[in-house]
Design a protein around this ligand. Structure first.
Ligand code: NAD
Ligand code: DAU
Length: 339
């Protein structure tokens, strides 16, 4: 069996590559990734030592390169992680989000159709549902919640989901989609809340919390996301969407305080800054469809997950310090300088 994993040099895709190599050692895994600012070959150092792993640098929106890859590999399954994934960047510069997230997905659908790929799995996000009010803890996103996007990022992800479902309905393509809540864990690029706060707190730098820090996210340890995607891509019903979440809701302030406690750093590092435009208030996921149909359960709760994550950033400083030395510095100044 050959699986193509697009975006496998990124955070979740990288973790997924390891999940596959460890759990299905007889299968071949081919990572196709354009190595944007968020892609990092160091993440795949260990995978590169495995004979069943191949890395190919390329852009999912580059039709010729993608068709060439499929001609060579004739994959059985394709799992699409490749995307521009950061909401703040999509507010600054939406164009690339449309090219990669929508047009790139279309190229992948076309190539899967041509080569009769047995399953195309699209890694989606709960952000396509918009947000929930803070004062209604009884409400959760289900697969039937209407699409109602807030940012250019989430709009591009919603468009991709709709395209995937359209290719299923029109051309009978064997597709599945998962929509997951916020992930955290190893190899998470330090522009996102949890790795940003861990790496800055380790250097005793100020921690920029948007608004009053009251927005709520449902945090899922990345390995649990990988197990859910794997289950759906192999055993989920075609044409179906499955939500993934684990009822680990926390306000951003709770998350930052948990990190500070773990690192034994003072809360005086917290600094409230101007809010994100259109900031989604609360995400909360009902994943009972996935649990009932496929028996999936998250294994790691937030307290354990944050401990493991902090430890990983303490033990793997060369991985993230190298990132912080590059163009990331300009990014941080532009994004946070005037906040
Ligand atoms: P990431 O930004 O860490 O990684 C994205 C990867 O895609 C990088 O390796 C990058 O080089 C690659 N890439 C970008 N554009 C490409 C292109 N045109 N062609 C080929 N490769 C390209 O993202 P992530 O956080 O790992 O997210 C992966 C997927 O999961 C995304 O589709 C995202 O929307 C979705 N998702 C993320 C979360 C989360 O909390 N991070 C939650 C739910 C869903
Ligand atoms: O829900 C799934 C989504 O989760 C994924 O689809 C996205 O790819 C992923 O980036 C993530 O989106 P968020 O916008 O929720 O993640 P982010 O880490 O950017 O922000 C989490 C929360 O923390 C959000 O309420 C904004 C806040 N925040 C973020 C940053 C970067 C801060 O308060 N300060 C910050 O510096």
């Amino acid at each position: 069996m050959t699986m193509i994993v697009t975006g496998g040099a990124g955070f979740i895709g990288g973790n997924f590559v390891y999940y596959q190599l460890q759990n299905f050692p007889q299968d071949r895994v081919v990572c196709f990734d354009n190595l944007t600012y968020a892609g990092n070959l160091k993440t795949l150092d260990e995978a590169m030592k495995n004979d069943n792993f191949r890395f190919v640098k390329g852009n999912i929106a580059d039709r010729e390169a993608v068709f060439q890859l499929f001609e060579e590999e004739k994959p059985d399954i394709v799992v699409n992680f490749a995307a521009e994934s950061h909401v703040d960047r999509s507010i600054e510069d939406p164009g690339i989000f449309l090219t990669t997230n929508i047009m790139g997905t279309q190229v992948l659908m076309d190539v899967c159709r041509k080569y009769g790929v047995g399953r195309f799995h699209q890694v989606g996000t709960d952000e396509v549902y918009g947000d929930l009010p803070l004062d209604r803890p009884d409400l959760f996103f289900t697969e039937n919640t209407p699409i109602h996007t807030s940012s250019p990022y989430s709009a591009s992800k919603a468009a991709a989901d709709l395209l995937v479902l359209a290719y299923h309905r029109t051309f009978g393509m064997p597709v599945t989609i998962t929509r997951c809540s916020n992930n955290y864990g190893p190899f998470h690029f330090p522009e996102k809340l949890i790795p940003l706060m861990i790496t800055r707190a380790m250097g005793d730098e100020s921690l920029p919390v948007y608004g009053a820090g009251e927005n709520v996210r449902d945090w899922l340890y990345v390995e649990d996301h990988c197990s859910a995607i794997d289950l759906v891509a192999r055993k989920g019903r075609v044409g179906e969407v499955y939500n993934i979440g684990s009822h680990n809701e926390r306000t951003n302030l709770q998350v930052v305080k948990a990190i500070l406690a773990e690192l034994k750093k003072p809360e005086s590092l917290i600094c409230f800054v101007k809010d994100r435009p259109g900031h989604d208030r609360r995400y909360a996921i009902d994943s009972s469809k996935l649990q009932n149909e496929l028996g999936w359960q998250a294994k790691t709760d937030f307290d354990e997950g944050i401990r493991k994550t902090v430890r990983w950033y303490q033990d793997n400083q060369s991985w993230w310090r190298e990132i912080l030395q590059g163009s990331y510095r300009d990014y941080y100044t532009n994004m946070y300088g005037n906040r």
